[in-house]
Design a protein around this ligand. Sequence first.
Ligand code: AOF
Ligand code: ZN
Length: 377
Amino acid sequence: MSGNVKAASVVTDVDRRFMAAAIRLSLWHEGLTGENPSVGALVVRPPAEGFVIVGRGVTALGGRPHAELQALHEAGEAARGATVYATLEPCSHIGKAPPCADALVAAGVARVVIATLDPDRRVAGRGVSILERAGIEVATGCLEDEARRAMAGFLSLKGRGRPFLTLKLAVSADGMIGRKGVGQVSITGAIARRAVQMMRVEHEAIMVGAGTVAEDDPLLTVRLEGLEKRSPTRVIVDPFARTPTGAKLFRQARDYPVLVLASGKAQRSKVEALRESGAVVQTVASDYRGRFDPREILRVLGVVGVKSVLLEGGAETASRFLDSGLVDRIALFVGASTVGDDGIPSPLTEATVPPGFSVAATGRYGEDRLIEYERTD
Ligand code: AOF
Ligand code: ZN
């Protein structure tokens, strides 16, 4: 290291405000940047000039150009002497473009505030070193938890080789998720159902068990006006490829992919029929009875680059993932009405949330409540 390295810069309240804005900006392209994280970057003039934002950038659709390059481009000469807020450590590797850290040095910025370091082995601290060696003041860890939450999918895929898994459950006041023998029953009201659609927007894949498709015949798409195109890939866990080829979700298979995860025990003719209906069928290793290890399912999804999965049921699939300890976040909607004795008990209620989870947020959607739990271990 050269002699002009500066002491670590202290994070201030003003820094946290700008970083919060950068995180919000990063969410614009969450789920739309491929294997890249959606990063937010702001270029801000120094205090003496009134903290004016002169450049903004969010990782472009598909993953490139990176956020910092766009923010610097917008700022132009005004980047000289400015502070840059980046939700992820600026990269140091030569990809399709030169490294963001080098671009920040070349632009003559005075200070860079970073929320979290990049776990990508090509970067991992090298971005910070490049900046510091050039005499730029660097502060890290600004709103780190918030930023890590915003790019949980990327961090999970890079760090653990598997997507971040959120389990969504809607439970009636008496702890049921449905009624036996009846297809879909409304546990929550329209407002909560719209909130679920928004959760779909924020994930790259929705996953359900084959039983849920056979019984409920759901579409699993986003029907919020203007956001239809944000429907994630629909993943069906179906060891024996028994999903009915007439299921509604195949109607839009060309626009919104359907990925069926089948085992080697599935009949070839069934697999072919699903392919003809528009599904992509991927074989996943199973035991001799055709049962999957949930870990293997997530590994396979990770291999195809899926960063985040919303698990929407049913009870059996949810239980298996819960029992395997792979659920990272639980979104539990609690409805106001009861189902009664012919209900299907939920694998989880407020009273039976497994140890290791704590409440991260709560909300109200009309009559219904949402409790979100995060892993603390
Ligand atoms: C940044 N700013 O906006 C993003 C970064 O394939 P490449 O060259 O685009 O590099 C992908 C890696 O770059 C990705 O794994 C992550 O480490 C970083 N993403 N870095 O400086 C950005 N999206
Ligand atoms: Zn970069």
